[in-house]
Design a protein around this ligand. Structure first.
Ligand code: NDP
Length: 326
């Protein structure tokens, strides 16, 4: 038996509990992992509270990411004790996830924990940092280099935004941070932002083309912000869309694409290729040290997961919540 959070929906009665779970009930998979750390992402909080239909199959153990070590496997590419990370692949949605002491998953979903990284460091970075890294790698692949010009990051105080600012700054880029919380300016400057703008200047419907202000952008908001970000990107630039914190729609025109030749690129962390994941995590291990993460982390146990998920949905949480399991 092992402990885990379990979500049931019997007779449409959505219920999330901490329970003792029998190992034989774990879903199919060729690797059994002892989970050391998981996190509570916004998506996990939605699943735990039932505020959005994230869970596709019941009963479900939530937790879209985890770090742990291999306990059992019949896959010749893995050995007992191997340290691994998992992000996405529908885990915590369609397949039992990381908010439990054990997880059984497909070996294809696992990547090795980088050598100089701890389980705690990996989950402190979590899916937010990994998504930000995928976005920065996409800019680099398009030859957007520090000399190319300024890079805008929207949703700056959020998980993806904060990591994007920090990574870009460490790589030598000149970063503009867009935030609705100007009182966070010191925090954003400490992360590496050189300029801070009010997100209200981008959030309302704008013109098809506006003054060229940045060569590239990493946007976690979608909606009118994404349209305005594209309309203000300079000739030949690139915009990365990775979230919808403002809105799902994209009320834009083709003008920035056909008159300025800009590229709009999407980032998906859930189904990203194995090679792209390994590249991102190895780069993160070089760029982000564990002691820098301490101020933004709250470590909790499984006992506090349900209450913290409710607080996260209410917007009462600052920073990232990591869950220690073993
Ligand atoms: P957070 O909630 O941590 O941050 C979102 C930030 O966006 C907030 O801190 C706030 O920044 C800003 N914001 C929030 N609401 C609004 C609004 N209504 N209008 C304008 N700005 C707003 O989320 P994450 O950083 O973890 O995720 C950001 C987005 O990326 C989400 O939509 C998430 O679903 C998505 N995501 C996508 C992934 C992928 O694979 N593509 C992976 C991970 C996340 P500020 O206060 O500074 O303005």
């Amino acid at each position: 038996m092992f402990k885990g959070i379990i979500i049931n929906n019997l007779d449409n009665d959505y219920e999330t509990k901490l329970e003792n779970i029998n190992e034989k009930d774990l879903p199919e998979g060729d690797v059994l992992v002892k989970v050391y750390y998981s996190t509570i992402n916004y998506k996990d909080a939605l699943a735990i509270t039932g505020k959005a239909p994230i869970v596709r199959k019941f009963p479900m153990i939530p937790g879209i990411d985890f770090a742990g070590s291999v306990l059992e496997t019949n896959n010749k590419n893995f050995n007992i004790g191997d340290k691994v990370i998992l992000n996405g692949w529908g885990v915590g949605e369609k397949h039992w996830g990381g908010l439990a002491e054990k997880a059984r998953v497909k070996s294809d979903w696992l990547i090795p924990l980088p050598q100089n990284m701890t389980f705690k460091q990996a989950m402190s970075i979590g899916t937010a940092g990994y998504t930000a890294m995928l976005a920065v790698l996409a800019l680099q692949k398009e030859n957007i280099i520090p000399d190319s010009g300024k890079i805008l990051v929207t949703g700056a105080s959020g998980g993806v935004g904060s990591f994007a600012i920090n990574i870009l700054s460490k790589l030598g880029y000149d970063v503009i941070a867009s935030t609705g919380r100007l009182e966070n300016s010191n925090y954003l400057t400490a992360l590496g932002a050189n300029e801070i703008i009010d997100r209200n200047t981008l959030s309302e419907k704008g013109k098809p083309l506006m003054k060229e202000r940045w060569v590239a952008a990493i946007d976690s908001l979608g909606g009118s912000t994404l349209a305005n970000v594209c309309a203000s990107t300079s000739y030949g630039g690139m915009v990365i869309a990775c979230g919808l914190a403002q809105a799902m729609d994209f009320p834009a025109t083709v003008a920035p694409f056909i008159l300025r030749g800009i590229t709009l690129k999407g980032i998906d962390s859930v189904m990203a290729s194995h090679a792209f994941r390994i590249e991102a995590w190895n780069k993160l291990s070089q760029l982000i040290k564990e002691n820098e993460l301490a101020p933004m982390i709250e470590e909790i146990s499984l006992n506090d997961v349900i209450i913290k998920a409710n607080n996260l949905i209410k917007g009462n949480i600052t920073g990232r919540i990591i869950v220690k399991l073993n």
